[in-house]
Write a protein that binds this ligand. Structure first.
Ligand SMILES: [Zn+2]
Ligand SMILES: [Zn+2]
Ligand SMILES: [Zn+2]
Length: 448
């Protein structure tokens, strides 16, 4: 697994870029769904919500029958076995005994949740760097990490758990911190964030795009360090730049601020270029009737034939003026909230209606085969299936309506499978691909 630029596979090359420092280009055609590059993690930090439920080293889940044992030194780190505890101890011992008093301190307690996460992330980074593991990979990773461009400077050095570090590390704290903020990846399992991590070579290679042709997925194996795989979302041509998303492209209004503040660049992808030409977008209407009309118009624009089987993504630059309003982030969050509420409360037909508008928005915002589109289609397929089951329970059997719902479930299922198979399995065992296989069997039994 490569850790530095001199270990790149032959199908990826680093070239100069007009505005960014470099760009990674494909030297030959890369097939859709294939792994462009595997990158080992240098540092990971499990989110506090996963504490006691996952191994702090390999991130494997305790839910799969793995018994997690607590570190007796700090009582706040859990491991799936002696292998992970030993592997982590070289760096964990740097702060194990001091962690409790650090997290109980007034300085730590007054931080906001995301700042506390930062403090712990930096604690892991400093401990990792100052632990004396004589590993070739670590030396290469650190050198790749220090070769990254520093992010924007903030007022003061962030808080870190006190630990003894060498003079060299002490002198390079600022250089480390200005690189960790803008090179911090959210590690996900089944597309839900579970941890943060540093993958220096991925940071060095891939620029951001809001319409990326590749994306990161994570491999979690019991007893092994987490690794990242960069997957091609569509066929990437020779000499084409390979880009990944640093930020969820759905953050239409706030993403430019995040690029500037956290990463220190402005995005010039086709989607951002289009949005930048729009100027101020008028406010969303307040009345439910006007919002419903807007939803209808958006659906007609994104799915003109009414046939979802003919979906195509990213029509953003053609978005007519009367629909610019949908680019307010609150428009999409209103739709996703309504979808999740209706599908949880069992108002399945309402959920299917609003879910279709969510789908229209995703097609507008995300590129082809983006995994979030596939996940939403899976939710839609499950909702259509649940609607059939609920109708059976109500004894209000309406055979033609049920058949049409089953057919919809099949269409959503097939579209979701197409996308999720490109992205491939990620994180814990099970997940969307397994759910799709179960649903496939249920639909097969009913329809064929
Ligand atoms: Zn483990
Ligand atoms: Zn400990
Ligand atoms: Zn962009």
């Amino acid at each position: 697994m490569p850790s530095s630029l001199d270990e790149l596979p032959t199908h990826v090359r680093l070239e100069t870029h007009a505005t960014a420092r470099n760009k990674a280009v494909a030297t030959s055609t890369i097939r859709q769904g294939s792994v462009v590059l595997e990158v080992p993690s240098m540092v990971v930090l499990l989110l506090s919500s996963g504490k006691g439920h996952r191994c702090d080293f390999c991130l494997c889940s305790g839910a799969s029958g793995v018994r997690l044992a607590r570190c007796s030194g700090c009582a706040s780190y859990w491991y799936c076995g002696p292998q992970c505890q030993t592997a982590h101890w070289e760096s964990h011992k740097k702060f194990c005994k001091r962690l409790a008093s650090f997290t109980a301190s007034a300085d730590f307690q007054r931080l906001e949740a995301h700042e506390q996460l930062d403090a712990l992330f930096h604690t892991h980074l400093i401990a990792e760097i100052s632990s004396h593991v004589p590993s070739d990979v670590r030396v290469k990773q650190l050198s790749t990490f220090m070769s990254l461009l520093p992010g924007p400077l903030h007022d003061s050095l962030p808080l870190v758990c006190p630990m003894s570090v060498g003079a060299d590390v002490h002198q390079s704290l600022e250089a480390l911190f200005t690189r960790s903020g803008n090179n911090n990846f959210a590690i996900h399992s089944h597309l839900t964030t579970i941890a943060h991590g540093i993958f220096p070579l991925a940071s060095r290679l891939f620029n951001h795009s809001c319409l990326p042709n590749a994306a990161a997925r994570y491999v979690i194996r019991r007893g092994q360090p987490v690794r990242m795989e960069i997957v091609a979302l569509r066929e990437i041509n020779a000499m084409e730049e390979i880009c990944i998303p640093y930020v969820d492209p759905a953050l239409i209004e706030s993403r430019q601020q995040i690029f500037k503040f956290t990463y220190g660049f402005s995005c010039t992808c086709p989607s951002c270029n289009f949005i930048n030409t729009l100027g101020a977008i008028p406010s969303l209407p307040v009345s439910e009737a006007a919002l419903a009309k807007l939803d209808d118009n958006l659906l007609t624009f994104c799915i003109p034939s009414g046939d979802i089987a003919l979906l195509a993504s990213s029509a953003l630059p053609e978005l007519p003026e009367n629909l610019h309003l949908v680019l307010h982030e609150s428009y999409l969050s209103r739709l996703t909230d309504a979808f999740s509420k209706a599908s949880h409360e069992g108002s399945y037909r309402v959920a299917l209606d609003v879910g279709l508008t969510v789908l229209a928005m995703y097609l507008l915002i995300y590129p082809e085969n983006y995994p979030q589109i596939g996940m939403h289609l899976l939710e839609m397929a499950k909702t259509a299936w649940n609607a059939v089951i609920a109708a059976d329970h109500d004894n209000a059997q309406d055979a033609p309506a049920n058949t049409s719902l089953l057919k919809r479930a099949r269409v959503y299922h097939d579209l979701s499978s197409k996308i999720m198979e490109v992205f491939g399995p990620e994180g814990d065992p099970g997940g969307p691909l397994e759910e799709l296989a179960v649903l496939q069997n249920l639909l097969h039994a009913e329809l064929d």
